[in-house]
Design a protein. Structure first.
Length: 49
């Protein structure tokens, strides 16, 4: 387990998993509400002040 923890710490969470965890991920990015022109319309950009 210590080796598994070190590998996951170095290469990212979930790089090595136990077989009992299964292969199917329970989540995915939700992009349905993103604007079609989210990269081109400057008036839709978030401004931090």
């Amino acid at each position: 387990m210590a080796v598994m923890d070190r590998v996951n710490a170095e290469y990212g969470r979930g790089t090595i998993r136990l077989a009992s965890e299964g292969l199917k991920r329970g989540w995915a990015m939700r992009q349905v509400q993103r604007s079609p022109g989210w990269t081109t319309h400057r008036d839709e950009c978030i401004v931090a002040r």
